[in-house]
Design a protein around this ligand. Structure first.
Ligand code: HEC
Ligand code: HEC
Ligand code: HEC
Ligand code: HEC
Ligand code: HEC
Ligand code: HEC
Length: 502
């Protein structure tokens, strides 16, 4: 059977023929790339972009050119023969009949293929590779930090889009703007947070973290190393009062009390970063009782307060870094020492690492060379004897420091722990202490408490070998690892512990 014999004559015009060639070639390319993708790395984002978006666009253009060419030719002939404007449908004409059925069959097949293709395009545009890898440099911080977070197996869209066509369209519209801003370099570095177009936290997070089934308590073990010659190992075990003593008691007390449906906590922040909170209002929705707390030490004029937007507290006010965790140098070096990636018995290694990491680097390459040089010079200038004896282990430690830096700080986008403060805690930024300051007071003088036993029970603390322990329900009195004359009782921890990188 010779198909070309059955095609209507009018298809032999340059535009339709070019369309056929373009469409056929695109289809071939798609098939070849698709087969290729089956046998290669599944996570190749560029391949997906070609298979599902770019080449199909040429396929569609080719397909559109075929009928367009036919119509143009008919029009031209009509002008020449002076017939009516409309094509004549004559099913008694065998040539017309076979042409009509051939074209209809091809159209149906292509429609099925393109429906499948657009579903794939939809799926692809929702994939982690699409979100994380396409604008490589721009999304690198989010993508890399995400892979090291507790949500590494939750797709970007699960938090950033959520279910329903409305949010899909909304996110693609903002996606179009992002393509524009990446193409013309209009994006901010770092990307500004808090994000305002994020779907409400309670809608996204609660799909997986069912609030009625919340947790009671959680044990958190932390090991830190001091910057002395022995890298003295300091232990803290905290029993976090996430919920009440028994989880069946719901959110009646403890940390997740804030999301109890019977209470509403609103606040005002002086700036977009939500770091400084001068005004907090708590409403008991059952009894109607209201308490308003004002920061008595840093008061803000009423006119200014009234002009600032009021926000209702949700998951994001504590878990603002559930997935893009830019850890601080103190934190990740401590952890690398606990896991043994950095030898903890290498004298002064904690101090040397901190020296190298308090510098702000402008490129990843300069960070790598400078970290190496700073640690080496630290030993060369201060402890040449240690360097002579431990060169091999120091070199290995430098590699580990560089590896940690690479997954936590991103010079090109200027994304790191200083730019994206974590609100879940109070050591290196104020976090909970933004409200729990003992300085926020009602008119009657009630405060939002900073009592060390409100949120956790300290059940272990001290240097390894001399750890004090307590029974689980009675907290130890906090002991600061180095003598600071009880300054932690009056000052916020962050006053001395602010995230490094100067
Ligand atoms: C567990 C939920 C979750 C997942 C999964 C997730 N994100 Fe996010 N993302 C967030 C939250 C929450 C914020 C910050 C909200 C804020 O501070 O306003 C955020 C912020 C961002 C930002 C703004 C800059 C920043 O670092 O805060 C970008 C860009 C981003 N996400 C991209 C991604 C990409 C790409 C992926 C997948 C590789 C992803 N997200 C996966 C929850 C998530
Ligand atoms: C698609 C499901 C899903 C969504 C949506 C989701 N999470 Fe998770 N979350 C998980 C899983 C799975 C874990 C890991 C549980 C584990 O390690 O035991 C987790 C762990 C966590 C943890 C514990 C982390 C830790 O340090 O151990 C927190 C906190 C958390 N999620 C908060 C959030 C917040 C806030 C949001 C909304 C921005 C959110 N999650 C959205 C599935 C989800
Ligand atoms: C007042 C601050 C605050 C709010 C609001 C809050 N959380 Fe938490 N949440 C915490 C703290 C603190 C922890 C303990 C984390 C730790 O120390 O590891 C925690 C723990 C968790 C955990 C981990 C439990 C485990 O056993 O590992 C999940 C999951 C979680 N929160 C989800 C949510 C979700 C979802 C919301 C919103 C519906 C929410 N949280 C609102 C502060 C908060
Ligand atoms: C926006 C302000 C705000 C922030 C931020 C905040 N809280 Fe609270 N918190 C409150 C208010 C208001 C109360 C209620 C005070 C009262 O009842 O007198 C409260 C009460 C509590 C309680 C006692 C609940 C009970 O009745 O058992 C705990 C525990 C707690 N917060 C933990 C935390 C932790 C942990 C964080 C940080 C991760 C945090 N809060 C961050 C405003 C805040
Ligand atoms: C409003 C709740 C709240 C109050 C009040 C509070 N903490 Fe915490 N604390 C937290 C949270 C949340 C964390 C983070 C736990 C984690 O990292 O999983 C934390 C962490 C810590 C840590 C571990 C720090 C580290 O990373 O090495 C210590 C030590 C600590 N708190 C001591 C104190 C002391 C001392 C006080 C009293 C001055 C206090 N806390 C008051 C909520 C609170
Ligand atoms: C007056 C300043 C000051 C205040 C306030 C302060 N610290 Fe410290 N802290 C220090 C110094 C100095 C060190 C020793 C650092 C070193 O050896 O590298 C330290 C070390 C630590 C360490 C162990 C080292 C590490 O890796 O982080 C912990 C844990 C700690 N402090 C917790 C706290 C907590 C919790 C608070 C608040 C309740 C607090 N500190 C308040 C000055 C302070």
């Amino acid at each position: 059977m010779n198909i070309s014999m059955k095609l209507p004559k009018k298809i032999y015009n340059w535009m339709s023929l070019a369309g056929i060639v373009l469409a056929a070639n695109s289809l071939l390319v798609i098939i070849v790339l698709f087969l290729f993708s089956l046998f290669t790395d599944h996570n190749n984002s560029y391949l997906g972009l070609y298979i599902y978006i770019i080449v199909p666009m040429f396929l569609v253009i080719g397909l559109l050119m075929i009928p367009l060419g036919v119509v143009l030719k008919i029009k031209k002939q009509d002008v020449e023969t002076n017939e009516g404007n409309w094509p004549v449908f004559n099913f008694n004409n065998p040539k017309f009949r076979s042409g009509f059925f051939t074209i209809s069959a091809i159209t149906v097949i292509l429609l099925i293929i393109s429906a499948m293709g657009s579903y794939q395009a939809f799926r692809y545009s929702e994939s982690v590779e699409f979100c994380g890898k396409l604008c490589h440099k721009v999304m690198e911080p989010e993508y890399v930090s995400y892979q090291h977070s507790p949500h590494a197996r939750v797709a970007c869209v699960e938090c950033h889009v959520g279910e329903g066509a409305g949010w899909y369209i909304k996110s693609k519209m903002s996606g179009l703007y992002q393509v524009y801003s990446v193409t013309f370099k209009k994006y901010a570095r770092p990307i500004e947070t808090p994000l305002h177009n994020l779907r409400p936290a309670r809608e996204t997070c609660e799909r997986c973290h069912w609030p009625e089934k919340f947790y009671s308590r959680k044990l958190v073990n932390i090991r830190s190393y001091l910057t002395d010659s022995a890298n003295t190992e300091w232990n803290n075990s905290l029993l976090m009062k996430i919920g009440p003593e028994f989880s069946s008691q719901g959110q009646t007390e403890g940390i997740h009390w804030h999301i109890n449906k019977n209470f509403k906590i609103e606040y005002v922040a002086t700036a977009n970063d939500r770091e400084t909170i001068p005004w907090v209002k708590m409403t008991n929705l059952k009894t109607g009782e209201v308490k308003t707390f004002m920061d008595t030490e840093n008061p803000v004029e009423k006119a200014k307060l009234d002009s600032l937007p009021v926000r209702t507290m949700d998951c994001m006010d504590c878990h603002n870094r559930p997935s893009h965790l830019y850890n601080s140098p103190t934190f990740y070096i401590n952890n690398a020492m606990v896991s043994g990636k950095i030898p903890k018995d290498l004298p002064y290694i904690k101090k040397a690492a901190m020296e190298a990491l308090k510098i702000t680097y402008t490129t990843s390459d300069s960070a790598m060379t400078q970290i190496d040089a700073t640690v080496m010079n630290f030993y060369k200038d201060n402890y040449p004897d240690i360097l002579a004896k431990e060169k091999g282990r120091i070199t290995a430690a430098i590699t580990a420091i560089q590896d940690e830096y690479k997954v936590n700080a991103f010079p090109y986008m200027r994304a790191d722990a200083t730019k994206y403060l974590n609100h879940r805690g109070h050591l290196e930024s104020d976090g909970c202490f933004r409200c729990h300051s003992d300085r926020h007071k009602t008119e009657k003088g009630e405060t939002i408490s900073r009592d060390c036993n409100l949120c956790h029970v300290i059940i272990n603390q001290g240097p390894t070998g001399k750890v004090q322990t307590s029974s689980t329900d009675k907290s130890l009195e906090f002991e600061h690892p180095v003598p600071i004359k009880g300054a932690w009782k009056t000052s916020f921890c962050s006053e001395c512990h602010k995230v490094l990188y100067e």
